[in-house]
Design a protein around this ligand. Structure first.
Ligand SMILES: [Zn+2]
Ligand SMILES: [Zn+2]
Length: 269
């Protein structure tokens, strides 16, 4: 059984619904050994903070209180999910240096400063061009910033665009995906296996199995498992499917972090 969750959002995220304490209570009730809070830090197209941006000082202060309150039931870790983008990575690097974060997910939520969620990025692009531009920016992030430990939901773009069919095959972009995976490995960074795809109707994880398999083939070992829960109910959702997928794709262990350093736990135990 996987008894940690490395991707969770609380009410410090604009789209999170439960308080830190409520998320911690659920983690304790599930008998988890560990859970990481990874609330959002994203910036607007012009590089300025969103009006709803969380205050790191408040986030950390409340984290300290909740961590102490639950100390004998579950180990809580302070993390964050950075929205990586070439125009703001320098800000994220300063935050990473300034705050005592134990684990950082770096994700691409916008590309060319255009949000994927509202469809603007896809205008005038066919599916191949859209996916290509997405992976080009991911590669640029991987090559130019250190402000993350694992890349979050690395094929996130497949959720959006509304193409028919809306598919992303490793083989369509094998060259650039290989370059990204090789860079991650060479730089001591990892991937996350994100189970939220099951809740968004994709019926699989991010990344999809073919990309995960390729990462392992190329020697990738750093792999965290996260639900991307935005409410307590979804903590550790579909983790048994994730565990079996990792075993099928050649992993023997999954990764945990402390002070941004990886260590591993056995998938079979
Ligand atoms: Zn995300
Ligand atoms: Zn997330």
């Amino acid at each position: 059984m996987i008894n940690t969750d490395y991707h969770t959002h609380t009410s410090y995220s604009i789209d999170g619904s439960d308080s830190m304490a409520a998320m911690a209570a659920k983690a304790a009730a599930l008998g988890l050994r560990q859970m990481v809070f990874t609330d959002h830090e994203d910036y607007q197209a012009d590089g300025s903070p969103f009006p709803h941006q969380m205050s790191f000082d408040k986030y950390i202060a409340e984290f300290g209180r909740v961590k102490r309150q639950y100390a004998d039931r579950v180990e809580l870790l302070l993390g964050v999910e950075f929205g990586l983008a070439p125009r703001i990575n320098h800000k994220l690097e300063s935050l990473a240096a300034r705050y005592p974060l134990e684990f950082i997910i770096g994700s691409s939520h916008d590309i060319e400063a255009k949000d994927l969620y509202n469809g603007e990025f896809f205008l005038g692009r066919d599916i191949h061009a859209a996916h290509r531009a997405y992976f080009e920016e991911v590669l640029q992030n991987v090559r130019t910033t250190d402000a993350y430990d694992v890349y979050g939901h690395i094929d996130y773009i497949v959720r959006y665009g509304g193409y028919q069919p809306n598919e992303l095959r490793y083989s369509d972009h094998a060259d650039i995906i290989d370059e990204i995976l090789r860079e991650l490995i060479a730089r001591g960074k990892g991937l996350e296996l994100n189970t939220s795809g099951y809740r968004y109707g994709l019926n699989c994880t991010h990344p999809q199995p073919d990309i995960l398999k390729r990462y392992r083939q190329l020697g990738g070992e750093i792999i965290t498992i996260g639900s991307d829960a935005h409410r307590a109910l979804d903590i550790c959702a579909n983790f048994e499917e994730a565990r079996l997928l990792l075993l099928q794709t050649g992993f023997k262990a999954y990764t945990l972090f402390r002070n941004r350093r990886p260590y591993w736990a056995d998938l079979e135990s």
